[in-house]
Design a protein around this ligand. Structure first.
Ligand SMILES: Nc1ncnc2c1ncn2[C@@H]1O[C@H](COP(=O)(O)OP(=O)(O)O)[C@@H](O)[C@H]1O
Ligand SMILES: [Mg+2]
Length: 583
């Protein structure tokens, strides 16, 4: 679909879409350029008149006004036109720069807002590195398109001012110039659509390159330990080469526009001169002025052309950005408004869910969690445990059945109300560049320092933090690399406890940790037991003996949901797992 609209959309409607939000500034720019063009054309007419009068020794004669009283009048008028032209030129430069900055900020904002307002499914499906690339180099291309557009508008209106003046001075010659320009424009049209196609290919290969680099970048440790650095380099080199090759082609075609144009333009002048020699020549001053106007018109036309090449080049980038924005906007996070008194009882009611239409990740799952309970979820890898966590969090919606919160369907509930009461700890702690306190607060500005302190204490990380050189103000470095895995995980537990949630969902929080960290986390959870409702997905059994109930999930189905003691005597999976870990 995107390919289709990309091609069918004409350059003109593309330009109009880009310009629409900035109508007022562009109108000012256009007026300034038009008047500037008139002034410049007037200046050239004055100067040719003056030169000819110097050569002939007579008073200057202008095409429209006829003879003037003195040369100093002409000089005065020419200087005034020049100064006014300068002022207008500076004004257009300012508007061009302003528009470039505005469009950059606007597009970055639209991209990020649309992304953050989209649902979890859309966000998760986003290829890694794509959003960064769209916000970075793609938006830079949009900025270039805007700058080119304003320069093009400015050149086009100056050209119109020129042609208008030309009609006054010498209508026939001006008509000839106009005809030549139209033909030139027609000749280079196929080049412009070629540029657009090549640039479209280049956007695709750039995004593929970025996604691969992002993925390879996250495998740095594996690359070192598996000794596959050479293959990594080759892979990156070849991707970089493909992306650069597509861009090179588009650049070359864009580069051919100017020489081709110059050749055609001078050929047209040659033809014009031949034609002029066959007709009777009127006023010499008029011919001189027309020649100057014509040359300058051709250079304005050249500017328009190179700008239109740049716009054709940028068009697929803007198209990709717009398509991404509409993709996000088409999948907004649910906006519902119901609230319940409590987050409990929390239940999965006959819930089925599929990531891909042909295979259910969860089939008719039913469990009910009461206030203050701690519920464990166990099962083989790939059984559907994390899917349960995402459904309970409301990150995904069931294809059939309901997630019930205090008897109400979670899909109909106010997101803000829900997120204020529910917290999540993932298997991989996701820390960010910033201080310890910032990582615990995590943008929730209402959380005061005492609450951060208390959350750290409850997550059994307080002593570790106080041992850091600057305590809570210690900078963690990118993604918290300064801490051990266990410390990072306890920090993310502190983050999830900072708002005193009613419900805490943990997805294998200790499966990658050493036994000491696991024990500290287990102690934290034991202390929360009873006051916070908890769902803990676990691989190992040590946290599970705290649980009031355990759900066993196998191959997308809840095969048991009972007290651990009951499972110990009735459930084969539980018995096997327990035996394996005991031994
Ligand atoms: N984002 C996804 N897209 C497609 N399939 C997925 C996705 N996430 C998980 N699955 C599949 O759904 C099934 C259940 O996954 P999950 O709930 O993550 O299992 P686990 O019990 O290991 O947490 C698996 O077969 C997995 O391959
Ligand atoms: Mg999982």
């Amino acid at each position: 679909m995107s390919e289709q609209t990309n091609k069918s959309k004409s350059g003109l409607s593309f330009v109009l879409d880009l310009a629409k939000p900035y109508r007022r500034k562009i109108t000012t720019l256009s007026s300034a350029s038009f008047v500037g063009g008139l002034l410049e054309a007037g200046f050239l007419v004055l100067i040719t008149g003056l030169m000819l009068s110097l050569a002939s020794g007579e008073l200057p004669t202008l095409p429209v006004t006829g003879p003037l009283e003195s040369r100093s009048t002409v000089l005065g008028l020419a200087s005034a036109a020049l100064i006014a032209r300068l002022i207008l030129g500076l004004l257009t430069a300012k508007i061009t720069a302003d528009l470039g900055a505005m469009v950059t900020v606007d597009y970055r904002k639209r991209l990020s807002h649309a992304f953050f307002d989209s649902d979890w499914k859309t966000q998760q499906a986003e290829p890694s590195g794509r959003l960064q690339e769209l916000m970075g180099s793609f938006v830079v291309q949009v900025n270039l398109a805007m700058t080119s557009l304003t320069q093009g508008i400015s050149a086009a209106l100056s050209l119109i001012g020129f042609i208008g003046t030309g009609f006054f001075v010498q209508p026939q010659a001006t008509l000839a110039v106009l005809g030549a320009l139209a033909i030139l424009g027609g000749i280079v049209t196929p080049l412009r659509s070629l540029i657009r196609r090549q640039s479209h290919r280049s956007t695709t290969s750039t995004l593929a390159f970025v996604a691969s680099v992002a993925e390879l970048g996250s495998l740095g440790r594996e690359m070192q330990t598996f000794g596959v650095r050479g293959s990594f380099k080759e892979r990156i080199d070849s991707l970089a080469k493909t992306a650069a090759e597509d861009r090179r082609r588009a650049n070359f075609t864009t580069g051919t526009l100017t020489p081709v144009y110059t050749f055609l333009a001078y050929s047209a002048i040659l033809a014009g001169a031949g034609w002029a020699s066959t007709i009777s020549i009127g006023n010499l001053g008029a011919i001189g002025a027309v020649l100057l106007l014509m040359m300058r018109s051709l250079s304005y036309a050249q500017q328009i052309l190179s700008v239109s090449g740049a716009i054709s080049m940028a068009q697929p980038y803007l198209h990709t950005v717009n398509a991404a924005i509409s993709g996000y906007l088409a999948n907004p996070a649910a906006a519902a408004s119901k609230r319940s008194d409590n987050v409990t009882p929390l239940a999965l009611q006959e819930v089925s869910f599929a990531y891909e239409s042909d295979r259910l990740a969860l089939r008719s799952a039913t469990i009910c969690i009461q206030r203050g309970e701690m519920v464990g979820v166990i099962g083989p890898s790939g059984a559907g445990k994390s899917t349960v966590a995402q459904l309970l969090l409301g990150l995904r919606e069931p294809d059939a059945g309901q997630v019930l919160v205090g008897g109400l369907d979670l899909a109909t509930m106010d997101r803000t109300w829900w997120t204020e009461r529910v917290s999540f700890v993932a298997q991989e702690p996701a820390l960010m560049t910033g201080t310890v306190a910032e990582n615990i607060r995590f943008f929730r500005e209402g959380i005061v320092d005492e609450e951060i302190h208390r959350a750290a204490e409850r997550a059994n990380i307080l002593n570790d933090i106080l041992a850091l050189p600057e305590g809570f103000a210690t900078h963690l470095g990118e993604r918290g690399t300064r801490l051990s895995g266990g410390q990072r995980q306890r920090l993310s537990i502190a983050r999830s406890l900072a708002t005193e949630p009613e419900l805490l969902i943990l997805d294998e929080p200790t499966s990658a940790l050493d036994s000491r960290s696991e024990e500290l986390i287990r102690n934290s959870l034991a202390q929360l037991h009873g006051s916070v409702t908890m769902v803990i997905i676990a691989h190992r059994m040590s946290t599970l003996d705290l649980c009031d109930k355990i759900a066993v999930i196998e191959n997308g189905e809840v095969t048991a949901f009972a007290h651990p003691k009951v499972l110990a005597s009735t459930n084969a999976y539980y018995q096997n797992s327990f035996r394996i870990q005991e031994s």
